[in-house]
Each structure stands twice: as C-alpha cells, then as structure tokens.
Design a protein around this ligand. Sequence first.
Ligand code: AMP
Ligand code: MG
Length: 346
Amino acid sequence: MKVCAFILGFFLVLAAGGLAPGCASRAPLQRFDYAQVIMGVRVNIAAYCENEVKARSAAKAAFDELVRVDNTLTDYRPDSEAMHLCDAAGQGPVPVSPMLAEVLRRAGEFSQASGGAFDVTVGPMVRLWRAARRAGRLPAADALDAARTLVDWRSVSVHTDASGENAVTLASPGMRLDFGAIGKGYGADRALATLRVEGVPVALVSVAGDIAAGDPPPGRPGWRVDMTERGPAVAGGPHDWIEVSNVGVSTSGDTEQFVEIDGVRYSHIVDPRTGLGVTRHVLATVVARDATTSDAAATALCVLDPLEHARFLHAIPGTEARVRLAGRPDFGESVTRGFPTVRHEP
Ligand code: AMP
Ligand code: MG
C-alpha cells in the first residue's frame, strides 16, 4: 500500500510540475506562441507541448483548419462556399459541405433562442450599414425596407439525407448570409479541436476577440483572459481578467466598430427586427461551452433588450454573461451567477 501511495504521489508531483500526461518521453511542457492573419484578423495560438517540432506542426494544422473555415464562410470573397450558396438563393436546395451545414444549424439554434436577435441572414442589412459607415449617412428608407424583406432566419432550411449528404435551401433570391457574428468563434473551436487531435490539448486559440480555451496550463487553474474594454469610444476603463479552461469566451459591443450620424452612435451590430444599427451602448462578455456559442450569444445580447437577457441565457445551458454599458463601469452592469470571478489588475 505504501509503495502505491508513494508512486501515486510521485505522479501527482510530475503532473503539477507540468509534465505531459501519457507522454512517453515525460518531457516538461513548454509554452509556444504562434500568430497569423486569417479571416482578416489576428489569430493567436498558445500551446504547451513537450517539443517545438510537435507544437509547430499542430499549430500549422490548426491554422490550416481556420483557412478552411474562412474559405467556407467568408462574405469578403465571392468564391466562398457560403457566397456560392447565396448566389443560388431562391432556386431550391443546394448541396453543401458538412461544415457549412453545421454552422447554419447552430446559427438557427441561436436565432431560435434569441427570437431572431441573432440572424445569419442579416447580410443585406449589414451591407447597408457598411455603406452608411463609409458615407457617414443613414441608409435610405426604401433600401432598408428592401433589406428587411430579405432577412429572416426561418427562410434557411438545412436538410441531411439518409446517406449523410447535406443540402441547404435559402427561400428568397437576394438573401445574403453573414457569419461575422459566429464564424470567428466557430473557427477558434475548430482550431482548438485540431490541436487536440494533434496531441496538444493544453492550448488557447484567439481569433480577434473570440477565444477557445483548452486544458489549463501546467500548475494553473485556467488560461488568463483579458476583459479590458478597448476602442475609441472608451476612455480608460479597468484592467479586468478571468481565468478559464475548456470554454469559449467572446466579447461584443460597439466600443470598437460604430458609425456616428447626426450625433447618434450606431453599432456595427444590426437589430434584424428593425434593420437599424444598435444604439444601446452595450458591452457583453460571454463564457460558454464553446466559442461558437460565446460568439453568437455575445452578439445576441447586444441586440436584445436587457429585460430579455435572462430568458435568452436560460435557453442556452452553461452560458454565463457579464453585460455592461460601455465606458460606464459604475452603471448598468449585470453578471450571471456562474460567471468566472473577474479579477482587477492592482
Ligand atoms: P460580433 O463582432 O461577433 O458581435 O459580430 C458582428 C458582426 O456580425 C457584424 O460585423 C456583422 O457582420 C454581423 N452581424 C451584425 N448584426 C448581426 C446580427 N443581429 N446577427 C448576426 N450577425 C450580425
Ligand atoms: Mg459574435
């Protein structure tokens, strides 16, 4: 018995010291960091691994997976799979990849849970708001009316046949998908899953503000994630962080991207129910079971009236949120009970 206890103790000490569990060489884990620009944003990978060769090859596979996600979802290039699907809107079912079917299915779940506040068919409205931002002028009323008729998440149907082949129907010609509020989180999840398959589960992937955190770093309860507010609309703000593992973390709000027209600040996030950019200055951070969920949920919280937040969060189990008025930490903050403890920099 004593020998067993001693051996168990020995392995516990090894684990606490950061040795790779199940690793034949039992070399200590070291941290490696990699960065690339994909999806038009900076992607960072932090990985703990026994050696640099393995870490580099796993990170390369994760970046390649993100490129695949981008090639599937982007609306910045007409040749992505999603844009080909939009070109065939109103023409019946179109065969799609398992990836596109999966993202559309998940998007539909978030639309349902949010009553349409989150909606990947928001493309025609986002187009108008991007142009408004460039011109410094509100979209014309008739253009907004036309966009409103095309935006409806219920007009997307995803079918999978008995042999597992997927097809998607977009009901009306002119519909445009926009994965801006879910694609980065989904990409972070896929990259983290790839690192895990490559034997590197102690890793964190951040795709701009969307983070997929894997197993915790050696000797730590989790990965430290910075929650400090940034952007031109915020003067200072506290330096906040949380420590998390095996979750997704996303922050959405209008502190970085917005347009100010006639003294009113409109967010890059659009309320699909009205077609207008959100004017409530909200900053929402979500911690959820994965980054696909946190990404979509953080955007939905920016659109929903704060009175609707509890019902929405309840509809997505395991989702915690901190919602505050941007730049006003003294006012209007709400934090769900299971949200990780927010630590403040001394
Ligand atoms: P995020 O930064 O994750 O909150 O996503 C914002 C981006 O998602 C915008 O730049 C648009 O491309 C897209 N978007 C805007 N409003 C919505 C909405 N209500 N539902 C889904 N996507 C949206
Ligand atoms: Mg989002």
